[in-house]
Design a protein around this ligand. Structure first.
Ligand SMILES: Cc1ncc(C[n+]2csc(CCOP(=O)(O)OP(=O)(O)O)c2C)c(N)n1
Ligand SMILES: [Mg+2]
Length: 339
């Protein structure tokens, strides 16, 4: 691999993002559609959960859509994605089918894990999506392993390894950072800082709240990014992928984002005020930002409604399938599992 040249980001500590490069109209429309698909999917999953059609854990991604959509816009075929349990948005962004994801949530045969994995345990080798992990922080070591495999094979694929602000305090994250930098592994660590880990705010749990600096003692560069602006995410992702493909080793992107819904479907919501949530929704919503730019650029309200209608149809069809597809046969109870 090429000799590392630290030109893309500062050697240590964060770089503040300036105003992001504009998107073309085509890019804006794509970003809008992909973020809307995730939002409508998650709203529907929330409804189905409320109706009792989905059991077990279910963590919604509403509010954070710009992160996965902006990252995905910078990836190429072969790049890998791995994340934790708040994973439906990542799967949809990777191009996995809504109906397969929804049917997994309802525990049906047509689900990505044949109805036996549920919300936190879905994979698609075809789309290079490696889960879906319920153990907080575990995916960071696995994602580093994906990068090791790419380095070993000599290809130019990048592992995009997502984790939360809470997961960033786990020990194995730092063991992984050490090896990633030591061996110059092509991994982008995307820390989705949504300000809370379950009911614990970042200020109560983290000695260093600037997550872009979490790699400083390993010489891993980092950058803070406005994770509510899809253009800023895409620009940071472009830099990060170039950095990794250039043989420079790992890089950290702290995405400053926010989740609108509870941690999971049961959340007493006593750790933040309704006003706080409403303020972010009102001032920073990632979808509204794109919609407003498109309207200002002369796209009609009608055209935007058509995109929403197209997305709703996909989600409704997925929900219908997920409620009518049969459950796995009882004879399948012990297949496809470790025992
Ligand atoms: C090793 C481990 N410890 C604790 C838990 C319980 N737990 C589940 S989610 C969570 C919070 C993680 O928060 P964060 O990393 O910020 O991700 P977010 O939910 O905000 O996306 C915790 C403590 C777990 N699943 N695994
Ligand atoms: Mg969090």
């Amino acid at each position: 691999m090429a000799t590392p040249k630290k030109t893309v980001a500062k050697e240590s500590g964060q770089e503040k993002a300036g105003s992001p490069p504009e998107f073309s109209r085509e890019q804006e429309l794509k970003a809008l559609r992909d973020m809307l698909l995730i939002r409508r999917f998650e709203e529907k999953a929330g409804q189905l959960y409320g109706m009792g059609a989905i059991g077990g854990f279910c963590h919604l991604y509403i509010g954070q859509e710009a992160v996965v959509v902006g990252m995905q816009m910078a990836l190429k075929q072969g790049d890998e994605v791995i994340t934790g349990y708040r994973d439906h948005g990542h799967m949809l962004a990777c191009g996995m089918e809504s109906r397969g994801v929804m049917a997994e949530l309802t525990g049906r045969r047509g689900g990505y894990s044949r109805g036996k994995g549920g919300s936190m345990h879905m994979f698609s080798k075809e789309k290079h999506f490696y889960g879906g992990h319920g153990i907080v922080g575990a995916q960071v070591s696995l994602g580093t392993g994906l990068a090791f495999a790419n380095r070993y094979r000599g290809n130019d694929n990048v592992s995009v390894t997502y984790f939360g602000d809470g997961a960033a305090n786990q020990g194995q994250v730092y063991e992984s950072f050490n090896m990633a930098e030591l061996w110059k592994l092509p991994v982008i660590y995307v820390i989705e800082n949504n300000r809370y880990a379950m009911g614990t705010s970042v200020s109560r749990a983290s000695a260093q709240q600037d997550f872009s600096k979490r790699g400083v003692s390993f010489n891993i560069p980092g950058k803070q990014v406005d994770g509510m602006d899809v253009r800023a995410v895409k620009a940071a992702a472009d830099e990060a992928t170039a950095w990794c493909r250039g043989g420079n080793g790992p890089i950290i992107l702290e995405m400053q984002t926010y989740r609108y819904r509870g941690h999971s479907m049961s959340d007493p919501a006593k750790y933040r005020t309704r006003e706080e949530v409403e303020k972010v929704r009102h001032d920073q919503d990632p979808i509204e930002q794109v919609r407003n730019r498109l309207l200002a650029d002369g796209v009609s309200e009608q055209d935007l409604k058509a995109i929403d209608a197209e997305v709703r149809e996909i989600v409704n069809e997925a929900a219908d399938f997920a409620q009518h597809d049969p459950e796995p046969d009882a004879a399948e109870l012990y297949t496809d599992i470790y025992r």
